[in-house]
Design a protein around this ligand. Structure first.
Ligand SMILES: Cc1cc2nc3c(=O)[nH]c(=O)nc-3n(C[C@H](O)[C@H](O)[C@H](O)COP(=O)(O)OP(=O)(O)OC[C@H]3O[C@@H](n4cnc5c(N)ncnc54)[C@H](O)[C@@H]3O)c2cc1C
Length: 295
């Protein structure tokens, strides 16, 4: 959004910010997830227009988005300068090269994730978001934002799960005493608390460190800040997952029931370790920023 031109702000980002429209972010493909350089979706210049072809996969809100932000190859083999973002109104291009594809049945079964297709879709130059061949940096900016948002979200949900679990173990009686009187359960809850506190502290520390040199969206970020952002995402995702797993275990059969909040948060926690850069991608980037980059 920060890279939107004035006409895009007026048509797309202002209504998005006001909640009047919804959007999708099309980066991933079936053959290109963790590694953007495997991308096949491409846009080729034709006069003053661009012709977009390809398929994006695992796209959230694929079926209902008003506004699409799509990353495509425009300069093959150009390294970081290989990609351009395009922003357009999905309704305007429906039947004109833009198609909604199949729904993916995720473990939540929420009907939000699926495919979109572009078939010789002709876009004007004004659909370019930011600069031509400047899409990689916008993608990184967007991933940084997604990763930093994890802090409050995972912390809040972890706190909620700890409170719910405490409530449960004080009232659930097993063998004549509350479940919470059992040392094995107490230690699991202590570990949940520790996970929450450690990640919360790290998140606040990262937020402070990233705020101090200026706006976090300035790119390129120094490598120690990139490492902090990846550490934050990794720590939040994995600790929230451990908290959710223990909460479910302590709730026993109740935790397995599909429509309970414990179960829903467990599913969310498990999913978070994939989108926005997997756990492994965060670890790789952390290692690279520590000097272990060999290409
Ligand atoms: C519910 C959901 C919603 C999503 N929403 C969107 C969306 O709105 N827009 C969008 O563009 N994408 C979206 N995604 C896609 C998501 O970003 C990708 O699934 C994710 O980046 C991983 O890519 P992949 O699935 O291709 O896995 P792969 O890249 O095939 O990775 C598979 C496994 O290999 C590991 N791996 C990959 N490379 C390495 C390496 N170099 N070293 C070690 N391990 C490695 C990964 O960590 C992972 O564990 C969504 C995914 C899900 C599940």
């Amino acid at each position: 959004m920060l890279k939107a031109h004035p006409h895009q702000k007026e048509q797309f980002t202002d209504p998005l910010v006001k909640g009047l429209k919804t959007s999708l972010h099309g980066v991933t493909e079936t053959g290109a997830g963790s590694n953007l350089y495997d991308m096949k979706t491409n846009a080729v210049r034709k006069g003053s227009d661009w012709v977009l072809n390809g398929t994006k996969a695992y796209i959230t809100n694929f079926f209902d988005a008003d506004v699409a932000q799509v990353l495509a190859i425009t300069n093959p083999g150009g390294g970081r300068q290989s990609f351009t973002y395009f922003m357009f109104d999905t309704k305007e291009y429906a039947g004109r090269g833009y198609e909604i594809g199949q729904l993916y049945q995720t473990m939540f079964g929420d009907g939000y994730t699926g495919e979109i297709h572009f078939k010789d879709m002709v876009l004007p130059e004004s659909a370019v978001l930011g600069e031509v061949n400047g899409g990689f940096d916008i993608a990184v900016m967007s991933f940084n934002y997604t990763r930093m948002r994890r802090a409050g979200m995972c912390s809040g949900w972890s706190k909620y799960l700890i409170e719910k679990t405490l409530e449960r173990v004080k009232t659930r009686v097993v063998g004549g005493e509350p479940l919470g009187a059992k040392q094995g359960i107490q230690w699991m809850i202590a570990d949940m608390y520790l996970d929450w506190q450690q990640t919360r502290s790290l998140s606040l520390d990262v937020a402070r460190a990233i705020d101090s040199p200026g706006p976090w969206w300035n790119l390129p970020r120094p490598s120690d800040e990139v490492r902090r952002i990846c550490s934050l995402k990794l720590s939040n995702d994995e600790s929230f997952y451990r908290v959710a797993d223990r909460a479910l275990q302590i709730h026993g059969g109740l935790g397995v029931l599909r429509d309970t909040d414990i179960n829903k948060l467990f599913q969310i926690a498990r999913n978070l370790r994939i989108p926005g850069g997997t756990d492994e991608v965060q670890r790789t980037t952390i290692a690279e920023t520590l000097g272990l980059r060999f290409n």
